[in-house]
Design a binder for this molecule. Sequence first.
Ligand code: PS7
Ligand code: MN
Ligand code: MN
Ligand code: MN
Ligand code: MN
Ligand code: MN
Length: 352
Amino acid sequence: NNCPPKDDEKYIDFMNYYLLGLTSRSFARVIQELTPELKDVVCVFYLVLRGLDTIEDDMTIDVNKKVELLRNFHSYNYQKGWTFTESGPNEKDRVLLEQYDIVIEKFLKLDPKYQTIIADICKQMGEGMSEFCLKEKPSTIENYYLYTYYVAGLVGIGLSRIFSASGLEDPSVAEKTELADSMGRFLQKTNIIRDFLEDYEDGRKFWPDEVWKEFIPEDTEGDIGILLKRNYECCAMATLNYLCVDAFQHVVDVLEYLSSLKDKTIFNFCAIPQLMAMSTLTLVFNNPDIFKTKSLKTRKGETVKIMRNNPDISAATVTILSYTDIIADKAEILKYLPLEKGNYKKLDEYMK
Ligand code: PS7
Ligand code: MN
Ligand code: MN
Ligand code: MN
Ligand code: MN
Ligand code: MN
């Protein structure tokens, strides 16, 4: 048998980075370029949360079973040999759970100070996710905030604790939990807004009902799918723009957080996804195509520019400001749209 032993360190590393490449399109690269002290830690953190999310997303698992798995997931990280082979056949990341024992091997080799942070965030996220799989997905704006805190704000908080624990960043980075929360939620809200059509077609709803109901005539029947109907285009656009404006509020925190970082590789790791999200949200803002096309993405050339630029805090600020210019232009056009069709007037109030 040519297979290396499962406790071979090189094999474990190879497999973990293999799984990272397999399960993350957007984070694999920035994680790999992190400083050596942190890259394995963040790679494992990613895989642990990706594993947890694969359970959350799997609609073939019975809810009671799912709640149990989500709540206990943090403890599996200490259980050598644990794997989960019952994911539905359509789960794109099921192989991660089938090979989860190799993530555990790597997790147990990390400095215990990092293990504790990862397990703690995993525990809190698992509890939050289980709460939401018992009730309906975000229906009020308050729930939408809470959900994005659980699945993304907590990631930002955990990463900040890791940065500070390494000594590469100031202890104060871990203490700015509100800014870290904004870092995560800006990414998550952008993702939820952009993926509306894809998620809807897969039976997932993240846009809070409270928002679109604001913009729709009172006696209308039906679910959020109504936003895809031609007659309701105005309401759909008002809802979209409301959610975009809500997400844009995080950008101030993002810049403040980024300006507190010292390590260049940590800065890149944090800044690049935020700039990508800003680019995506600018593209999506007031853009009716998101209700028609599933893969609305930043143009390749623009992505390359963001990545290659190797931004420092002033370059990142300039990039953000160039996007806010575009947003301001798009918002200006909005003012001249006819108001009679729907509730654009309400939108106008929100835009102030
Ligand atoms: C530990 C890097 C940097 C202070 C798996 C990174 C799914 C948007 O639509 O896969 O499924 O393709 O692109 C990431 C803050 C979390 C928030 C959350 C862990 C930034 C499980 C990312 C990522 C904090 C729940 C990716 C939040 O979505 O979506 C590590 C600082 C995982 C970060 C999920 C979403 C992440 C997300 P799609 P993605
Ligand atoms: Mn992705
Ligand atoms: Mn999920
Ligand atoms: Mn997911
Ligand atoms: Mn997904
Ligand atoms: Mn998504």
